[in-house]
Each structure stands twice: as structure tokens, then as C-alpha cells.
Design a binder for this molecule. Structure first.
Ligand code: SER
Length: 318
């Protein structure tokens, strides 16, 4: 059977670029992009788009039947900073949207699920450096608790019901085409915009807060790669550690100064500092590399070049 894809949360930071790549890879008519609102013109206009609430089981089931969907990418979620402000809704959205697609797969209506997890599954008691795949996991944020719980359910549905659900623990994701929304790592997106527009930036994380990060192109590559991998290569059914680089605000500032020598960086840590302090500084992703051949293409230097090139050409052309 041909692959027919449903993306839930297609207008978000990841969804936007994932939708474009999946349309290019599988054909425009084989990808159904959905979101709660028409938030992104390219996603809405460059292919099939439907307005969908990730919490509406019947609506999702109907679309799956209507379009003969085989694979679902569930990208809708409240991220770490936003979730702290609205814990009950974050829990509802992050958990029940996952249950909906897991149950649709259990009922035999879809074949495969991609569900993103996060470095937020780790917590203050986790070893911070080169955090292993299997380690202490006591997340202290609402978002982290929802992702950790989601991982447990993914593994359970795989073991009990044979549901083919695949997952990656994304680090902070940096991209130029769509704004990041509500995450603790978002400063590393904003800093590039502000370097171009203002020549200065105030970071909401302190100068030496090291976090794992990744350029969006690599994240999209990994997402499609894990979904295309033969079944026997997917040995972990909770979620795979994934890494590309780690840096602090001070280090990314220095990389930016190479392009904008006058760039000024200051620091005003807010409530997100505590979230960042509970997360790993770097990640051991050797399982993803060994099991399904993950490799990253971008490091901090090449990502910074790509970010400025794309932002200057596409977003701030004058
Ligand atoms: N980048 C996300 C956040 O900061 C982590 O998954 O919330």
C-alpha cells in the first residue's frame, strides 16, 4: 500500500518544514497537513490542508478514513515554557492527542506513528553530560512529565498491541522559516533574528547555560529516516536520544560575532532558567547512530552560516 501521511500540528516550528519535506518526498497528494488554525500560508496553500483539533478523536478518525492514511506524524504539543503557564491544558493536549493516534493504530486504522519526545524527559537528577539513553529520568516540568509519560505509553502500545510507533528525543531545534513557540531553547532562534534586525539581544538564559541543540534540517532528516527505517532497526520503542551539538548563549554569541562584529549580547534570566538548569548539557545518541544510521550534518559553525544565509535571503531581504 502507498504511504499516505497525516500531519497533526503542521503549522508549528517543526511541522512547517516537515510538511514541505514530506510533500517533496512522497508527493503533494499523499500528504494531508492539518492544524488547529490556518497559521502558515505555505503549509495551507502548497498542498492539501484541513483544520483539525488534535483532541478531536472523531475528526481525526474521519480524516484517516477519508484519505486512506497509513502514517501519522503527531507534532501538536504545548512546549516547556508555555506548559508551565497552563499545566492542565498542556497535560490534556500532550497526552490525549497521543492516546488518540495510539488507539487508532491499535484499532488497525493506521500503520505507523511518529511522535516526538524531548530532552525534557530528563531532570535535575539525570547525569548532565553525555546523558545516556537509559538513565535516571525524573523530569520536573509539566512538558517533561508529559513526554516521559508519553514514552512509556508508546513502548506499552508497541509491546502489548504491536503498534509501530517511532520516536526521537529532540534537542532544542533551530530554524529560520517559522518562529519557535513556547520553548526554553527558543532564545537560540531569536538571537539570529535580533542579530540582523537589532544588532543586539538579551538572552533569557544565563551565559554559561549549556544545552543540546540541532539545526532543523538535521531534525527533519532524522524524523524521516527513523520512519523509513526497516522495522528490525527500531530497537527502542520509548524514544531515541538524538544529538548534533551543544552550546551556551555565550558560545552562540561568539559564533554570531564572527558574522556581525558589533553584535551585543546581554543576559536577563527568567523562569526558563530553572527549566534549562534541569536539562542535560549534552546527549549520548550512540543508539540512534548504531540502530538506524543517524548522522548529523550541521555543527554550530555551519548552522550559523546557514541561518544567516537563509534569514538574509528569505526573511529580511533588504
Ligand atoms: N525545545 C523544547 C523546549 O524548549 C524542548 O523539547 O520546550
Amino acid at each position: 500500500m502507498d504511504t499516505k501521511i497525516l500531519i497533526i500540528g503542521a503549522c508549528g516550528q517543526i511541522g512547517t518544514e516537515l510538511t514541505a519535506k514530506l510533500r517533496a518526498t512522497y508527493g503533494v497528494t499523499n500528504v494531508i497537513a492539518t492544524d488547529i488554525r490556518k497559521l502558515n500560508n505555505e503549509v495551507v496553500n502548497n498542498g492539501i490542508f484541513e483544520v483539525v483539533n488534535a483532541l478531536d478523536y472523531n475528526q481525526i478518525e474521519h480524516l484517516i478514513e477519508q484519505y486512506h492514511i497509513t502514517d501519522v506524524y503527531l507534532m501538536a504539543a504545548l512546549l516547556s515554557a508555555t506548559a508551565e503557564k497552563n499545566p492542565a491544558f498542556a497535560w490534556d493536549l500532550n497526552m490525549n492527542s497521543l492516546f488518540h493516534v495510539l488507539n487508532l493504530a491499535k484499532a488497525g486504522k493506521i500503520k505507523k506513528i511518529f511522535w516526538p519526545s524531548s530532552i525534557a524527559v530528563f531532570g535535575p537528577t539525570t547525569p548532565r553530560h553525555q546523558t545516556p539513553q537509559y538513565t535516571i529520568m525524573e523530569p520536573s516540568t509539566v512538558y517533561g512529565i508529559s513526554k516521559q509519560t508519553g514514552e512509556r505509553w508508546c513502548e506499552y502500545y508497541y509491546k502489548q498491541y504491536g503498534v509501530d510507533v517511532r520516536s526521537i528525543r529532540y534537542p532544542g531545534l533551530i530554524s529560520w522559516s517559522t518562529e519557535a513557540g513556547g520553548g526554553t531553547t527558543d532564545y537560540a532562534v531569536d538571537i539570529y533574528h535580533k542579530a540582523i534586525t537589532d544588532g543586539k539581544f538579551t538572552s533569557f538564559l544565563s551565559e554559561n547555560t549549556e544545552l543540546p541543540m540541532m539545526y532543523m534540517d538535521d531534525a527533519i532528516k532524522a524524523t524521516i529516516q527513523i520512519m523509513q527505517a526497516p522495522l528490525d532497526q527500531i530497537k527502542i520503542r520509548s524514544s531515541y536520544n538524538l544529538a548534533a551539538m551543544s552550546f551556551t548563549p555565550k558560545q552562540i554569541g561568539a559564533a554570531i560575532t564572527k558574522h556581525y562584529p558589533e553584535f551585543k549580547l546581554s543576559y536577563a534570566p527568567d523562569f526558563r532558567q530553572k527549566i534549562a538548569d534541569s536539562w542535560p548539557a549534552s546527549i549520548d545518541d550512540s543508539s540512534a547512530r548504531a540502530d538506524w544510521g543517524w548522522t548529523n550534518d550541521f555543527d554550530m559553525t555551519t548552522m550559523t552560516e546557514a541561518m544567516f544565509k537563509n534569514l538574509k535571503e528569505q526573511v529580511y531581504p533588504h
